[in-house]
Design a protein. Structure first.
Lengths: 413, 423
C-alpha cells in the first residue's frame, strides 16, 4: 500500500507527494504526457530527441547536470511511446536544487542551434549503438511495423529512420516544447523524506508562476483488428536464428491486459514456468525463450521470442511452441498454477515499494494513465482473474491465423 | 515577491553520512552472520556467500558451472520441484558467481519464509549436479556465449581484461563456446567439496528482521556442517602488463568499441580512495571530463565512462565507449588530452566541490534501503574488509585535496602505460 496525497496547482500542474521518512533521500519525478505516439509519421523520434534537449540548459541554468551533482544527486530520463519521464534523486535537504532545475526548464528551455546539433549527433550514435550495431537491434522496428498499420505505435520510440533525427529543425523543437512541455500536461511527484505541507509550499514556490498552455488533444487512429497472419524473414549478420511471434492485445486499462500479463507469466516467468520446463529444459531447440507483453497504454503486443540452437530444427521448434499454446487453449490452467503467478505478482508489487524512485515513477505512471488510485488496486485486480479468463485469453489472443512473425536468419558464411 | 530564478538555492554540505547499523555474530556452527535490520515492508533477503569465485576455482569455469547448476536438483528434490515451490511462494532464489566469491540468494516475504527455508537449506547442502541437466546447461551457455561474441563491446572488454591481468589469471581469462561442451559434473562437485561451507563462508540477512524471523533463519542455518578450508590459497604470478594496442575487426561495422586501461590496486591500497575521486573526475559520472568533452561538446558518443573495476586482490582502471568509426582516432586523442589536463592542472575549487558532493550523494544512495546496502556489505566482506572500512573510505574521499587528485593522476594514469583495444 502506497500512501500519497494530491494537489493541483493553478496552472494545472498535478502534484503527488508520498512520504517515506526511512530514507535520507527524496526523488523528484516529472512526467510529461508526451511520447512517440504523439509524433507525426514524417517526424518520428522527436519525443526522445527532445528528452535529450531538456539537458541542454534553460533560461537561468546553463548546465543541468552540474547543480544536481553539486547537490549530491543523480538524474536521468527515459522516453517511451506514451510519455517522457525525468527524475532526480538527491539528499532530502537539497530538494530545492532539483525543483529549481526542473521548474526552470519547464518554464523556459534554452534553445540553441549548438545544443540541437550536439544532441542530434548523440541520438544518432545512440540509434547506431542500440539498433544498428547490435544483432537483432532493429527487431522492434520490424515488429512495430508488422503489429500496427494505423496507430502511432507503428514506429519505435527511437524513431522510424535515422534521417528524421538528422533533419530536426530548431523551429520543430520550439513548437514541440510549447505544445507538450506545459505544466497542465505534466505530473510532479515528490517521494521520500519530505513532509506533504512543505512539499506543497516548495512546489508552489518553484512551479506556481509557470504559464499553462493549450495542449493538443491526442487523436490516435484505432488499430484495425488483424485478419491475416504475416511472416517476415530478415537475413542478417546474427549469431543464431531468432523468432518473434507477435499478437495484438488489449490496452493498459482493460481487464484483458491483466489476463495477458498473467498468461505470459504462466508461459514464461520463472524456472517453473511452462516454457522454461517444457521448452527450454525439455527440448534442445532453444537457447532462449520468453513470452512478455509490451505494457503500453493503448492496445499493445503479446510477444513470444525465441533464439534457436540449431536453425535446421526451426520447424520443430515452432511446433513445440504451438503445442504449448494449444495445451492452454484446450485444457486451460490449474487453480494452483494461476495462484502461483498471482503470488509472484503480489511479491513483485511489495518489492517495488522498497525504493522511493520506483514509487515516484509508479505514482506518475498511474496518474498519466488516468487513475492514480489504480496503484493500490493492482493486487486485487490480479487476484480476481479466474482460470476461465486465462484460457479464454489464450484462445482469443494467441490466434495462429493472425500471428505476426519475424524471423532473423543468419547470413550464410 | 517574484522569485529570482537566476540564484541557485543554497546547497547543504554533505559531510556526514548516516551509515546504517549492522549486527555481527556467529552461529553455533561457526558461520559468521551480518545482519542489517531496516525497511518497512515484510520482506527479507538472505545471501549465503562463499570464497568460491574464479580466484579459488581449481580449473577455469568451475565456479560458473557450479553456480549455474546448483539449483538443478538435490537428493530429495528435482530441479522442477525446487523451481515450482520457489515460484509458488513468490520468492526468488538466485545463484551467482564472480571473481572472488559465489553465493545463493533468497528473497522472501515474511509469511512464506517457513516454507522456503528448508528448500534453501537443501539446495545449498545437498546438490547433486545431475549429468543430464549439466550437459544441457553447457550447450545453452555455449550458445549464449556465441551471441555475446557477436557484439563489438563484449570483444573489446574481453581483450582489455586479458591484456591487463594476463590470459591465465582468474581476473583475465576468457572463455570460448567449445570449452563449455567439455565440462562435466565432477568439476561442479569438486568446487562444492572444496569451496562451499568453509570457514570463510558468511551470511548476510537484510530487510525487516523481527525476533521471530531471526530465530527461524538462524535455527535452520545452524544445521549446516562447516568444513575446514583445505584449499591452499593460490598465488598467481604477478603479471606485468605491457602497454600495447590491439585493433580487431569486429562483427559490427557501424561503430568502434574502444577500451583503454591498465592494472591498478585493490581497495586496501592507501591510494584507493584518492583514485576513486580522481577516476570520478575523469569519467566516473555524468558531468565528468570525458563525458563533457566526448559526448556533450563533440557528440561523438552516446556515453563514455571510466571506471575502477576492483576485485579482492587486484583492480583495474579502464575507459570505455562506442563511437562512429570515423571519430575513433579523434576520440582517443580527446581521452589522452583529458588525462593530460588532469596531470597538468589543478582542478577548480568548484569542480572539486561538485565531485566530492556527487560522491557523497552516491554513497547515501548506495546505503538507501536494506537491499542496496547488503550489496555493499558483500563487496566489502569478500575483499576481507568490514563495514568500518566504509567510514574511513568516505572520510578519505571527503578529505582528498585538489593537489592529491593531480598527484594521483600523474602517478597512476600515464597514457604510455595504458593498453588500447579497438574493435
Amino acid at each position: 500500500m502506497i500512501e500519497y496525497k494530491e494537489h493541483i496547482l493553478r496552472n494545472g500542474l498535478k502534484l503527488i507527494i508520498h512520504e517515506d521518512h526511512s530514507s535520507q533521500l527524496v526523488a523528484v519525478n516529472v512526467l510529461y504526457k508526451v511520447g512517440s505516439r504523439n509524433e507525426e509519421v514524417h517526424k518520428t523520434g522527436f519525443a526522445h530527441l527532445f528528452e535529450h534537449l531538456m539537458f541542454g540548459g534553460s533560461q537561468n541554468i546553463k548546465d543541468f547536470d552540474g547543480p544536481i551533482q553539486l547537490a549530491g544527486g543523480e538524474n536521468n530520463a527515459f522516453t517511451n511511446c506514451d510519455f517522457t519521464n525525468f527524475y532526480d534523486v538527491l539528499p532530502a535537504k537539497n530538494i530545492e536544487t532539483a525543483l529549481w532545475l526542473e521548474s526552470d526548464r519547464m518554464k523556459q528551455l534554452d534553445f540553441s542551434e549548438e545544443s540541437l546539433e550536439i544532441q542530434r549527433k548523440v541520438v544518432v550514435e545512440e540509434f547506431k549503438e542500440t539498433c544498428l550495431n547490435q544483432p537483432y537491434g532493429d527487431a522492434w522496428h520490424h515488429i512495430s511495423d508488422m503489429m500496427y498499420s494505423k496507430h502511432a505505435y507503428r514506429w519505435p520510440t527511437i524513431g522510424l529512420d535515422i534521417s528524421h533525427i538528422e533533419q530536426a529543425q530548431l523551429s520543430d523543437v520550439k513548437a514541440f516544447f510549447e505544445r507538450y512541455y506545459r505544466p497542465n500536461n505534466a505530473i510532479l511527484v515528490l517521494s521520500g523524506n519530505i513532509e506533504y505541507d512543505h512539499g506543497v509550499t516548495l512546489a508552489e514556490k518553484w512551479f506556481g508562476d509557470i504559464e499553462s498552455g493549450s495542449v493538443p488533444e491526442l487523436n490516435l487512429e484505432t488499430e484495425p483488428t488483424k485478419v491475416v497472419a504475416n511472416k517476415r524473414i530478415r537475413k542478417a549478420n546474427v549469431p543464431a536464428e531468432s523468432h518473434y511471434m507477435g499478437f495484438n492485445m488489449p490496452g493498459r486499462l482493460e481487464r484483458g491486459y491483466y489476463c495477458c500479463d498473467l498468461l505470459s507469466d504462466i508461459m514464461a516467468s520463472g524456472r517453473s514456468s511452462r516454457f522454461y520446463s517444457n521448452l527450454y529444459k525439455g527440448t534442445s531447440y532453444f537457447s532462449e525463450i520468453d513470452a512478455y507483453i509490451s505494457g503500453s497504454f493503448d492496445p499493445g503486443v503479446f510477444m513470444i521470442e525465441s533464439r534457436l540452437t540449431d536453425a535446421s530444427q526451426a520447424d520443430k521448434a515452432e511446433q513445440a511452441i504451438w503445442k504449448e499454446i494449444k495445451d492452454i487453449q484446450q485444457n486451460g490452467v490449474s487453480t494452483e498454477e494461476l495462484e502461483k503467478v498471482k503470488n509472484k505478482v503480489e511479491s513483485g508489487l511489495i518489492y517495488s515499494e522498497v525504493n522511493i524512485l520506483n514509487k515516484a515513477i509508479s505514482l506518475a505512471y498511474f496518474d498519466a494513465l488516468g487513475d492514480t488510485t489504480l496503484i493500490n488496486k493492482q493486487s486485487d485486480i490480479y487476484q480476481s482473474i479466474t482460470t476461465e479468463e486465462i484460457q479464454e485469453t489464450a484462445q482469443t489472443i494467441l490466434n495462429p491465423s493472425i500471428v505476426q512473425e519475424l524471423i532473423y536468419a543468419p547470413n550464410e558464411e | 515577491m517574484t522569485l529570482d530564478r537566476s540564484i541557485a538555492p543554497a546547497i547543504a554540505a554533505l559531510d556526514t553520512i548516516l551509515i546504517p547499523q549492522i549486527d555481527e555474530y556467529r552461529l553455533s556452527n561457526g558461520i559468521r552472520v551480518i545482519e542489517l535490520n531496516s525497511g518497512s515492508q515484510d520482506i527479507v533477503k538472505l545471501e549465503y556467500v562463499h570464497a568460491g569465485g574464479r580466484y579459488q576455482e581449481s580449473q577455469k569455469l568451475a565456479a560458473k558451472l557450479y553456480s549455474s547448476t546448483l539449483r538443478d536438483g538435490t537428493s530429495s528434490r528435482s530441479s522442477a520441484q525446487i523451481a515450482e515451490k520457489i515460484d509458488y511462494y513468490g520468492a526468488t532464489l538466485s545463484s551467482r558467481s564472480g571473481m572472488d566469491s559465489c553465493s545463493l540468494i533468497l528473497y522472501s516475504l515474511h509469511k512464506h519464509l517457513d516454507q522456503l527455508l528448508p528448500i534453501f537449506l537443501d539446495v545449498c547442502t545437498d546438490p547433486v549436479f545431475p549429468e543430464e541437466e549439466i550437459r544441457k546447461t553447457c550447450v545453452r551457455s555455449s550458445e549464449k556465449l556465441k551471441i555475446q561474441l557477436a557484439k563489438n563491446e563484449v570483444l573489446a572488454y574481453r581483450e582489455i581484461t586479458s591484456l591487463i591481468f594476463g590470459d591465465d589469471h582468474p581476473y583475465g581469462y576468457n572463455t570460448y563456446p567449445e570449452q563449455y561442451l567439455k565440462l562435466d559434473r565432477n568439476l561442479a562437485q569438486e568446487h562444492f567439496d572444496h569451496c562451499i561451507h568453509t570457514e570463510g563462508s558468511f551470511i548476510i540477512i537484510s530487510g525487516k528482521i523481527t525476533d521471530a524471523i531471526r530465530l527461524v533463519i538462524t535455527s535452520r542455518l545452524e544445521q549446516i556442517p562447516i568444513k575446514e578450508n583445505k584449499r591452499l590459497e593460490k598465488v598467481f604470478d604477478s603479471y606485468e602488463m605491457q602497454a600495447q594496442r590491439l585493433n580487431i575487426e569486429g562483427p559490427n561495422s557501424y561503430q568502434k568499441a574502444i577500451r583503454v586501461g591498465k592494472k591498478l590496486c585493490s581497495r586496501e591500497h592507501d591510494d584507493y580512495a584518492k583514485l576513486y575521486v580522481t577516476n570520478t573526475v575523469l569519467g566516473g559520472y555524468f558531468g565528468s571530463r570525458l563525458m563533457s568533452s566526448i559526448r556533450e561538446e563533440k557528440g561523438y558518443a552516446y556515453g563514455v565512462f571510466s571506471m575502477l573495476d576492483t576485485m579482492a586482490k587486484e583492480g583495474s582502471f579502464y575507459i570505455s565507449t562506442e563511437v562512429a568509426i570515423k571519430n575513433a582516432e579523434a576520440t582517443l586523442l580527446l581521452m589522452q588530452k583529458e588525462i593530460q589536463e588532469l596531470q597538468d592542472k589543478l582542478i577548480s575549487k568548484e569542480e572539486h566541490r561538485m565531485v566530492t558532493n556527487y560522491i557523497m550523494g552516491s554513497f547515501i544512495n548506495m546505503l538507501d534501503g536494506p537491499f542496496k546496502t547488503s550489496e555493499l556489505i558483500r563487496t566489502l566482506y569478500i575483499s576481507g574488509l568490514d563495514f568500518h572500512y566504509l567510514d574511513s573510505l568516505i572520510h578519505t574521499i571527503r578529505d582528498t585535496s585538489r593537489q592529491e587528485i593531480q598527484d594521483i593522476a600523474k602517478k597512476y594514469l600515464q597514457w604510455e602505460d595504458m593498453s588500447i583495444v579497438m574493435v
